[in-house]
Design a protein around this ligand. Structure first.
Ligand SMILES: Nc1nc2c(c(=O)[nH]1)N[C@H]1C(S)=C(S)[C@@H](COP(=O)(O)OP(=O)(O)OC[C@H]3O[C@@H](n4cnc5c(=O)[nH]c(N)nc54)[C@H](O)[C@@H]3O)O[C@H]1N2
Ligand SMILES: Nc1nc2c(c(=O)[nH]1)N[C@H]1C(S)=C(S)[C@@H](COP(=O)(O)OP(=O)(O)OC[C@H]3O[C@@H](n4cnc5c(=O)[nH]c(N)nc54)[C@H](O)[C@@H]3O)O[C@H]1N2
Ligand code: SF4
Ligand SMILES: [Mo]
Length: 891
């Protein structure tokens, strides 16, 4: 009998409830939890494919590993030695060089309980505030702005607001991809009420933007000018809410003065949009009975991300669009527990339960609650500065947990150098093949989704239980357990006289201590416990002792969390992106997400169908820009700036404006010959939030002159093959891995084949010549080909130097049908003009061409769902299908 475990999806900040179906230690199915208030049973393509990510132990971190020095390989050890080594080295370095010589780099994907222990270990025991997280790359501008404007962190609204809003402003958010289940609720609301207006602010015509009533395709980084211009118009036209401004805010006069110079005409010019559109957006925003803005990385990941957030909040305050159902500035959190990390204060710039390091009263409170002597009053190093300090040798030991900085931080080469330079690097991971892993002196294997218990807080401040359904593979342990066991050993060394700081025996015992720290704070969860969460389901904070439920919406009384309870306006001057384009680097490069992949792909990359929507890495360019330069679709181009150079295939689309190119952030050394797009992203930080500008770089694009081409495909055990091919990628000027069901596809290019490379490809993909493996060689033309058959079916090929017949061969590998006729035909036969046909629907694997044909023959959306099945499961493809209807001019 399968067991059903109620838990939470480990991907995005929507925080959908899931029902995990398991048998013994195998997850065999998943469903959305109909009772969970974030998703009411729905899941997106990523959530639905979670069982596939835990189906195999291949590639998982299974046992602790240690290397004695940088020149020897790591070897497997038992937990005792691993815990002791980490405790000893961290304690030694802290004793010898001071507590600030060690650092922790953690993650918004940790559970609150994991986070809590790490934070207490760094700040309470070691006495350093050097604990920062990948949330610095994600939410810190939103946090800073909320605190500046409202005196407290976290979104004021709740998910129900998406159903009450009459104008929805999406700013720098591609919700159709990044928060799909919540997006379904917005779609449903607009279907019910077609008067609802959607405004999307994004330099790209994303699936979200394509569905908008008004898409403002602004120049990258110009949001502040836009918001200031909108406010100018509203002040001029007396569309502001002076009652609310007088009653509930401070600082309006200075803002009014500032926006004087941002006339709609000037602002529209800066943004590269029409004045009419800017005014239309302002009108819809102010006139609406309820305007909701939903914003994400397009605002936060900027060298002036705090200003972008503030300028938008200024608009809400000036128009009184806050504190009512459907109104308010709602920052969407990216990771499943971005909020929980903020709650426990697991960042270099804050203390537990939204307290401030610089506030002596706050420090004293935490000292008393933790029973420790003195917390450091020195702010810790935020992510980018932390890695700079590692490179400079100021920070000597770093413990990286549940994040892959060599891929996700800006300036990948600098991060690699920093980790190379560090004295001691600990990597606590669930998967072995990340780009950060080669730098680990110690690997601590972590249990992961479905294998651990704790809590997470989603975008609407709702705390949900994550429950263990199966045992972790090998010797992997929960993150809190690892931290707690090192901490206990470290306390024995560093602070033996203090009372036991780490008495935790379960996630619940940690939660109970965390709860104590929140009492009396804005996020008071005094009334919450595992028992309450278990019985009443997920709850929003604040949830004080004695209350029956949490608070859905904050600031409904017009009172804020600042000292005088008034919200604060702040002036926001428009500043350009940190790297401006010029004659040498003429293109704006912007970055973002794909629909079915998650970050560094260590998890989603294990699911073949996650590749079907966007099988290959690409740089997207406007067709006119390509034509001007003589570029063709699919050719390889180099992207370069002062920092680095990398190569990607070119994709042509008018989704981007002329002058702007786009690359997805996901691809990295697991599937690509380089570390991915952060090779060329410098990431200058915002001076208040310290968040780096991950969304933008100024770059040059040139044709990559790489005449030697190679393509291979092989049917087999994907995870095994991928792990064997990965080390070969870096040797080529370009190489990438794509996965299609059980076929691995390898593309490579260079001036000439790297010496011995091809032989290694034959070897790792199992192409040794024999009765079922044919070879063709033309030494003069530098062509080498092999193909192999299993049970009379083509099971793979490697074509080097001439890939003209690759499409024909690939189709045969895909189809896996008995081979007819001469096997030798494989080396010469070509198919004509194969069009790349993308898989639009991941769940039912429906190709775009089939959907288009059906639409052309008059099918309605409902008929498509019935006949082809597309859009009938998770709905993530609906925005794209709706665009197809529009494109084919069918209403
Ligand atoms: N499928 C999928 N979903 C995810 C994730 C994932 O990896 N995959 N990750 C999760 C996480 S951690 C996060 S933080 C969220 C991110 O969610 P989003 O922020 O919605 O996603 P992104 O694609 O990173 O960026 C959003 C948009 O910002 C636009 N943009 C770039 N520059 C600018 C600018 O200057 N101004 C404006 N207004 N827009 C700009 C980009 O074109 C892009 O479409 O997604 C979460 N959900
Ligand atoms: N250019 C550019 N760069 C970006 C962005 C962008 O838009 N553009 N977005 C940024 C944003 S918003 C974010 S959030 C970051 C994300 O960047 P990362 O944090 O690097 O992203 P992930 O790949 O999700 O890393 C999580 C790691 O934890 C591991 N893991 C999974 N489960 C567990 C577990 O239970 N325990 C432990 N210990 N490990 C586990 C996974 O295998 C994975 O390697 O990237 C940032 N970088
Ligand atoms: S929207 Fe998708 S990825 Fe996000 S929590 Fe829900 S199922 Fe998971
Ligand atoms: Mo994020």
């Amino acid at each position: 009998m399968p067991t059903i475990t109620k838990s939470t999806c480990c991907y995005c900040g929507v925080g959908c409830g899931v029902l995990i179906e398991s048998e013994g230690d195998r997850v065999i199915g998943i469903q959305g939890d109909p009772a969970h208030p974030a998703n009411f049973g729905r899941l997106c393509s990523k959530g639905l494919s979670l069982p596939l990510t835990v189906a195999s132990d291949v590639g998982r971190a299974l046992y602790p590993e240690i290397r004695l020095d940088r020149h020897s390989p790591r070897r497997q050890v038992d937990w005792e030695s691993a815990l002791e080594t980490v405790a000893q080295r961290f304690a030694d370095i802290a004793r010898l060089h001071g507590p600030d010589a060690v650092a922790f780099y953690v993650s918004g994907q940790l559970l609150t309980e994991d986070y809590y222990v790490f934070n207490k270990l760094a700040k309470g025991l070691i006495g350093t505030n050097n604990i920062d997280t990948n949330s610095r790359l994600c939410m810190s501008s939103a946090v800073t702005a909320y605190k500046m404007a409202f005196g407290a962190d976290a979104p004021p609204g709740c998910y129900e607001d998406v159903e009450h809003a009459k104008t929805v402003l999406f700013a720098g958010s591609n919700m159709a991809y990044a928060h799909p289940v919540l997006f379904r609720r917005l779609e449903a609301a607009r279907e019910k009420n077609p008067d609802i207006k959607w405004i999307v602010i994004d330099p790209r015509r994303t699936d979200t933007a394509a569905m908008a009533d008004l898409h403002l395709a602004i120049e990258p980084g110009t949001d502040v000018a836009l918001f200031n211009g909108m406010l100018h118009h509203l002040i001029w036209e007396a569309r502001i809410d002076t009652g609310f401004i007088d009653r509930s805010t401070d600082g309006f006069a200075a803002v009014k003065n500032l926006v004087r110079e941002y006339t709609p005409r000037i602002a529209a010019e800066i943004c590269g949009i029409t004045e009419k559109d800017l005014i239309q957006a302002a009108e819809w925003f102010a006139a609406s009975p309820a305007s909701l803005s939903l914003y994400c990385m397009g605002l936060n990941q900027s060298s002036h991300g705090t200003d972008k957030n503030i300028a938008l909040i200024n608009l809400h305050l000036a128009t009184g669009q806050i504190g009512r159902p459907g109104a308010g500035p709602f920052s969407l959190t990216g990771q499943p527990n971005a909020m929980g990390g903020r709650e426990v204060g697991g960042m270099a710039t804050m203390l537990a339960a939204h307290r401030e390091i610089s506030n002596p009263g706050h420090r004293a409170e935490v000292e008393a609650l933790w029973d420790v002597e003195q917390l450091s009053d020195k702010p810790g190093l935020p992510a980018v500065a932390m890695f700079d300090a590692i490179l400079e040798g100021k920070v000597k030991a770093v413990w990286i947990v549940c994040t892959n900085p060599v891929h996700s931080m800006p300036d990948a080469e600098k991060i690699r150098q920093a980790l190379q330079h560090a004295e001691f690097v600990v990597v606590q991971e669930a998967f072995m093949q990340t780009d950060t892993m080669p730098f680990a002196d110690v690997v601590l294997p972590a249990s992961s989704w479905a294998e651990k218990t704790g809590t997470v807080t989603n975008s609407e401040r709702r705390i949900s239980l994550v429950r263990q359904a199966i045992s972790p593979p090998g010797d992997a342990k929960p993150d809190w357990w690892i931290a707690n066991n090192v901490a206990r050993r470290m306390q024995a060394q560093l602070q033996p006289d203090l009372p036991d700081l780490f008495p935790f025996t379960s996630p619940e015992s940690i939660f109970n201590e965390h709860r104590k720290l929140t009492i009396g704070r804005d996020l008071d969860i005094g009334g919450l416990s595992y028992a309450v969460l278990d019985k009443q389901g997920p709850q929003q904070w604040p949830f004080k002792a004695g209350q029956e439920t949490g608070q859905a919406r904050r600031y409904v009384d017009g009172l804020f969390h600042t000292d005088n309870r008034r919200a604060q306006f702040h002036i926001t001057k428009y500043q350009a992106v940190a790297e401006v384009t010029n004659a040498r680097f003429p293109f704006h490069l912007i970055t973002g997400r794909l629909r079915d992949q998650w970050h560094g792909m260590s998890r989603s990359g294990r699911v073949a169908k996650a590749f079907s929507h966007e099988p290959q890495p690409a740089l997207t360019m406007h067709p006119k820009d390509a034509e001007r330069r003589g570029f063709k679709a699919d050719q390889l181009v180099t992207i370069s700036n002062k920092q680095a150079k990398m190569t990607l295939p070119l994709r042509l689309s008018d989704e981007v404006k002329s002058g702007t190119v786009f690359a997805a952030m996901h691809w990295n050394g697991q599937y690509l010959n380089s570390g991915g797009i952060n090779e060329v992203i410098a990431g200058k930080v915002d001076h208040r939030s310290f968040q780096p500008e991950l969304k933008h770089a100024a770059v040059r694009i040139e044709a990559a002159e790489l005449p030697w081409r190679m393509m291979a495909a092989r049917r087999g055990d994907i995870l095994n093959m991928q792990s064997r091919v990965q080390p070969l990628l870096r040797e080529c000027a370009y190489a990438s891995i794509t996965i299609e069901s059980d076929v691995l596809i390898l593309h490579a290019a260079d001036l000439v084949p790297p010496s011995g490379w091809l032989e290694r490809v034959f070897d790792v993909l199992d192409f040794s010549v024999g009765p079922d493996t044919l070879e063709y060689r033309d030494e003069q033309r530098n062509i080498a080909k092999r193909a192999t058959w299993t049970n009379g079916r083509l099971a793979g090929f490697v074509f080097s130097g001439d890939i003209k017949s690759a499409d024909f061969a690939l189709n045969h590998v895909r189809q896996n049908m008995p081979w007819q006729g001469s096997r030798l035909a494989i080396f010469s036969r070509q198919t004509s003009g194969q069009q790349t046909d993308r898989t639009v629907c991941q769940c039912m694997q429906v190709k775009g061409s089939r959907i288009e044909n059906a639409i052309a023959q008059g099918a309605t959306l409902t008929q498509l769902k019935v006949t082809l099945g597309c859009g009938s499961v998770c709905g993530s493809c609906l925005p794209e299908i709706k665009q197809m209807f529009t494109k084919l001019n069918v209403a």
